[in-house]
Design a protein around this ligand. Structure first.
Ligand SMILES: [Mg+2]
Length: 500
């Protein structure tokens, strides 16, 4: 029985997809591969979510305001985030890891910690239900995960590549801090083991802000006292550090500066969330049928919750409207429960807080969660809003952040979310459509929007598996260009770069 206790020696892997959003864009768009690519929110307050390595050479980096990045790299390919594509690629990339190990902590779309001592036994693999959790067929076999840490690094990196064609960097060490330092030092597409001796050598040379928990505010406080590196932290002495940062924080930083990291891999004991959603054959326009559908989706979600054995504190309702905007509303209870009446009341409360049925509803979803952070909640929902939200909140978990906050960003209109074949054709491309959107033309097929204005759209008609395309011009008034769903993730077509 797994009681959550970590076995010793603690051996942790940190896996981080390299420039993740930009990599997904390069996969989907052959003509931009190898060029500087920046994924950024639009508008005056837009922020860069990811810059690929060629773009970083111009000084562009994530969290920088878009206007500033544009001044540095005006010639880069500037794209709006495609949340659905990132969510699907994240799921696919991490699927082999979730299948192989029982203790996996996801800290962002593109980043996990893995307790390498938690590889599933054949019996545990046989007990997995692929319809309701990791798919045992994806598990990686034949690696001595604990005995051979370097083999562990390379096997994880290879599994991600095989599943998606994405590169990741992997580090292994005796704790999370070391594992993260190792993966960072090996970026991009690297694999590195940081043993105790190497860690003892590396740690003092790092800037203090490399330590977890040292954000800009703490870094300023330390710098005010002349403390800039980890060596400075050590030289300052514990009383000084505690005096600057407070007792709990100061002690934690003091320990980390000496390579003492007791943070566990906070794996999902069951699943981060359980839920159900339903795409409707025809848009729902009246409140009565909306409520009936919501009740049915709630019942299915609740059945899954009971089967998972979990209790939930937060209920989130997701509605996708006929115009492809998405709205999520969450309601939280005082304590986790699996009791139907309380959860149903919360779900009804959340539904009532939406604008549904509004102009018509095409999808209703209900999810239960006991999570502390909106980032993880949205991750587990696969919510398109996560792509916009997570970078703003700093991608790692933001402690104490209430999921109900999800309402603010996720209600924004999102015409990028096209329709799949089951949903029928997506909305027409307009001058407001976001650059980078997936589009489909009546005759020319699938492509992506370079930009639109003056009554025309510039489109590259290419797919992840086609040759690069030049841009073509389409008149918007012809009504032949529509939004569509992103291509799903697909296994790597060729050898990984580290094999070339
Ligand atoms: Mg990353």
């Amino acid at each position: 029985m797994d009681d959550g206790t970590l076995t010793e020696p603690l051996l942790v892997a940190h896996l981080d997809l390299d420039a993740f959003f930009a990599q997904v864009e390069e996969l989907a768009k052959p003509s931009i591969r190898g060029r500087p690519v920046v994924v950024a929110g639009r508008g005056g307050r837009g922020v860069i979510t990811t810059a690929n390595y060629p773009a970083r050479r111009f000084g562009v980096h994530s969290a920088m305001p878009s206007w500033q990045g544009r001044a540095l790299a005006p010639h880069a390919v500037w794209l709006s985030p495609r949340g659905t594509a990132y969510s699907e690629h994240s799921t696919a990339a991490l699927a082999p890891i979730r299948a192989t190990f029982s203790r996996v902590e996801q800290v962002a779309y593109d980043e996990v910690y893995v307790d390498l001592s938690s590889a599933r036994t054949p019996d545990e693999l046989a007990a997995l239900d692929p319809d309701d959790g990791p798919d045992p067929a994806l598990a990686v076999h034949g690696v001595a995960w604990v005995a051979d840490p370097y083999a562990a690094c390379t096997a994880l990196r290879q599994a991600v590549w095989d599943a998606t064609g994405l590169t990741a960097s992997v580090g292994v060490a005796r704790h999370k801090l070391g594992a993260k330092l190792a993966s960072e030092s090996s970026k991009p597409a690297g694999a590195a083991v940081l043993d105790a001796a190497a860690e003892a050598e590396l740690l003092p040379t790092l800037e203090a802000k490399a330590l977890p928990g040292i954000g800009p505010v703490s870094a300023r406080k330390l710098a005010g006292a002349g403390i800039r590196t980890v060596a400075d932290v050590r030289a300052a002495g514990e009383p000084t550090v505690v005096g600057l940062l407070g007792q709990a924080h100061g002690t934690a930083v003091w320990d980390l500066a000496h390579g003492r990291d007791t943070r566990r891999v906070e794996y999902d004991r069951e699943r981060k969330s359980v839920g159900a959603e339903r795409t409707l054959p025809a848009d729902l326009r009246d409140l009565e049928s909306l409520r009936a559908t919501h009740a049915a989706v709630f019942a299915e979600a609740h059945r899954r919750l009971l089967r998972s054995g979990a209790a939930a504190r937060t209920v989130t309702v997701k509605v996708r409207y006929a115009d492809f905007t998405i709205e999520t509303r969450a309601a939280s209870l005082a304590a986790p429960t699996d009791e139907e009446p309380a959860l149903r009341a919360a779900a009804e409360h959340a539904l009532a807080a939406t604008s549904a049925p509004g102009t018509g509803v095409r999808l209703v979803g209900v999810a239960f969660s006991a999570l502390d952070t909106v980032a993880q909640l949205l991750l587990s929902l696969g919510d398109e809003a996560a792509a916009e939200l997570v970078p703003e909140l700093a991608p790692a978990a933001t402690p104490g952040f209430h999921p109900a906050y999800a309402r603010d960003a996720s209600t924004a209109a999102d015409p990028r979310l096209g329709a799949g074949p089951a949903d029928g054709p997506g909305p027409l491309v307009t001058e407001q459509s976001a650059p980078g959107s997936d589009v489909v033309h009546d005759e020319l097929g699938r492509g992506w929007l370079v930009g639109a204005g003056h009554g025309v759209a510039s489109v590259r008609f290419e797919t992840s598996t086609s040759p690069p395309a030049r841009s073509a011009t389409v008149r918007l008034a012809d009504g032949v260009l529509r939004h569509c769903d992103p291509e799903p993730p697909r296994p790597a077509a060729g050898p990984a770069p580290w094999k070339a």
